[in-house]
Each structure stands twice: as C-alpha cells, then as structure tokens.
Design a protein around this ligand. Sequence first.
Ligand code: MN
Ligand code: MN
Length: 465
Amino acid sequence: MSEKSKAELLKEKLMINGKSALNTADDETIEKAFGFCEDYKRFLDEAKTEREANEVAIALAVANGFEPFISGKTYKAGDRVYFNNRGKAVAFAVIGEKDVEKGVNITAAHIDSPRLDLKPNPLYEEIDMALFKTHYYGGIKKYQWTAVPMALHGVFVKADGTVIRVCIGEKEDEPKFVVNDLLPHLAQEQSKRTLSDGIRGEELNLLVGSMPFKDDSASELVKLNILNILYEKYGITEHDFLSAELECVPAAKACDIGFDRSMIGAYGQDDRVCAYPALRAIIDVKIPEKTAVAVLADKEEIGSDGNTGLNSAFLKYVIGDIAKMQGKDVTVALRASRCLSADVNAALDPTFQDVMERRNAARINRGVCVTKYTGARGKSGTSDASAEYVAEIRNMLDKAGIAWQTGELGRVDLGGGGTVAMYIANLGVDVVDLGVPVLSMHAPFETTSKFDVYMCYRAMYEFCK
Ligand code: MN
Ligand code: MN
C-alpha cells in the first residue's frame, strides 16, 4: 500500500469524515447491535400505546430491582425507584453517590405515537355497515392511514371506576379493522384534492362490522349487533365509550428491512426507538456518581401539554421528591442538571433529498444524531443547546467510541418541529436532543437502522452511568 499523501493526512486531521460509521464498525459491534434490536422489536410489538409502553417498561424495570418511590423512605446510592404517572408516563431513577444538588443526569423520551383515537361517541351505522368515528392524534399524513390493517388498543372505564382493557387485532386469529379508501377508478374528483386534503379528518372512519342482529323489528341492526358483541366480550354499553381511551394503531408487527436485515420497520418507532434504549440504559446503570433519571413521557406528539406530558410539573416533582428525601433543594438540583432529550430526527431519504440541506442532514448508519436545535423558521419554538454543553456531550461520545452525527430537521424555512427539549430547558437544565434518524417518520410504518439504535443505547448508558 502506498503511503498517505500530505493532503490526505491533513484532511484526516482537519476535516469531518463524511463516511458511513458502519463502514468502520467491527463485527462484534454489529453483532451486538443486531442482538439489541431483537429485544427492541419485541418491545415495539408489546408496547404500541403509551399505556402499554408504560406497563412493559415498569415490568422490565421491576424485574431488574426497581420499586415504586415511597415518600418518607430513605434511599441510598444505587437504589432504584420509579414514579408511575397515571399509567401513561413514568420516571425511573437510580440514586447517585453524590446528592442531587450536584446535578441529575436526565434522559427523556416519549412513548406516545401518532395514531387514530376513537371519538367519545364513535359507533354508527351507515348503509348496513358499522363504523367508528376517529380523531387523529399527532401529525399524520392522513392518506397513509387508509387500507392498512388496524388494531384497537385501550381502555373503557365504567362509571363505577372498573377498568376494562382492550387489545384486539394483534394476534393472528383476531379480527382487524380498516379505514377504507376510494377506488382509483372513481377517484377523479379526489385526485384533484391536494395531498394533505386527499383523505380528510372526517373520512378516517374505521370499518368494524357488517352483520345485522337477527331480528327485523328494529333499525340500526348492524350497530346493535356490534354493541351486543362488545357487551358479551367486555360487558360495556354505548355509554361506556364516553369514558374510554381507545386508540387505533397499525396491526403490523416489527420486522427486519432489507436483504441484509440492517434496518427495522415498525409502527411507533418515534419515539420508542429512543424510549427503549433509555429504559435499557437506566436498567444497566449500577451505582452512578450522579443520580440518573430516565423519563418516558406521554403527549409529546400533541405538544406535551397535559399532566402526563413534559410541559407539566411531573419531572420537576420527581426530582423534587428525591431532593426532599435527601434534605436538598430542588431548584439547586435542577440548575446543576443536564439532559439528553431523546427523540428522533428525520433521516435523509434518497428519494426526497431536496427537503434537507445535505451538509446538515442525519443519515442512517452514521450513528446517533445530536440535534442542537429543532423549531421552525428563525429557530422559533426550540431550546438551542449551548456550545459548552454540546462540547461536553461530543467529548463523552468520542471518548466512548460511539458513532454520532449532527442533523437539522430539514431545510431552513421549509417546515420544522419540536421535542420535549425546551420544556426541560425551561426548568433551568442543560438540554440537547439526541436520538435515532428515522425514515417515513409519523407514517404507520417507520424505518430505522439497527446500528443507530444500538449507538443510541450506548450514548444513553454512557450519559447515565
Ligand atoms: Mn418524537
Ligand atoms: Mn413525533
């Protein structure tokens, strides 16, 4: 082999290497990444809603020594506790050697994903078919949600408080549901609509039955038959829909993508692709120097408002409770704390490259993506992480040999988006976004790279340990 030229050596020293990190990854790392993603795929299938993700995460944590935080009890370094927020959001903590006034290391991901929620009064009959009216949750391209098999997850809560869980359409032999679309032969008018208007909100109606109740003395017999099935299966009546949270999600299972199996396709990877690594990382932490907290939040996809979202006092009170237990002050603790807002970024898509500014776009297989700011237009609606804090994270990643890249969410002035970063930053904490690049984000089936998922886990672990 010939020796490197002067220019080559200088290039190595001064310039960012724009090659896929996967090129230089060793076989052992790739093997570990693939192994980690087998567990991740199982999590995706078991935890399609925030309630399910909350439950599965807590079960895994409890099996690894976590217990519910009890006010008034004293915890020592290495103790593992969790705070369950209404079964929809959860914070896990491993108590550090130093008290919380020295700072807390927080990872924050979300476990809600875009979907179709049922309206409070959803069931109706039209031309001998029974359907559910839905109200979409989060930012979706509505046309993508038609003509794909859907499952129904959630709860009915009866007036006496009894909770009835629903999960139907996930098992092979269970029925599924579907939002039908117009056939192309008769879609001339529809085709003239803009893409965002191609399927309208009030056209997202879920087909749930077509068989009439055997009697000819009443109207709405198909609807009656469905209610009868629901009464027999769940003991509920039409009134119980009023106090229910029922979510229609794609019925498809997580799977490998590509001949080389290098990628994962699944529903709800935004943001389980960061929530799962954050969970695994806090579980793997032993006795950290500083207290580590991993929060899995709800409501991110609709702006983080509400008592299970991160624009609430939930996280502040979690750290407040730990501070109180140590006889320390929560404001001092927050001011000294740092956070990785663990959320996805858009990956550069070979077919749609012009929405990105290529020099600052995240790509799959280049490792975990650090996003200094999100927002829209002139950096509106974001927490712009300080250079000092980004330098700290950069140093941590490089020292641990974790493949990472930076990414901006699309071209300037094209669109934009936000994460929970700004709500945590507003508490006085240093925050930067770090997560996995995703293709087809917010679609019923999203794609990520196994290598990036594993690098996300390694970054979370390195940050908390
Ligand atoms: Mn997200
Ligand atoms: Mn999202």
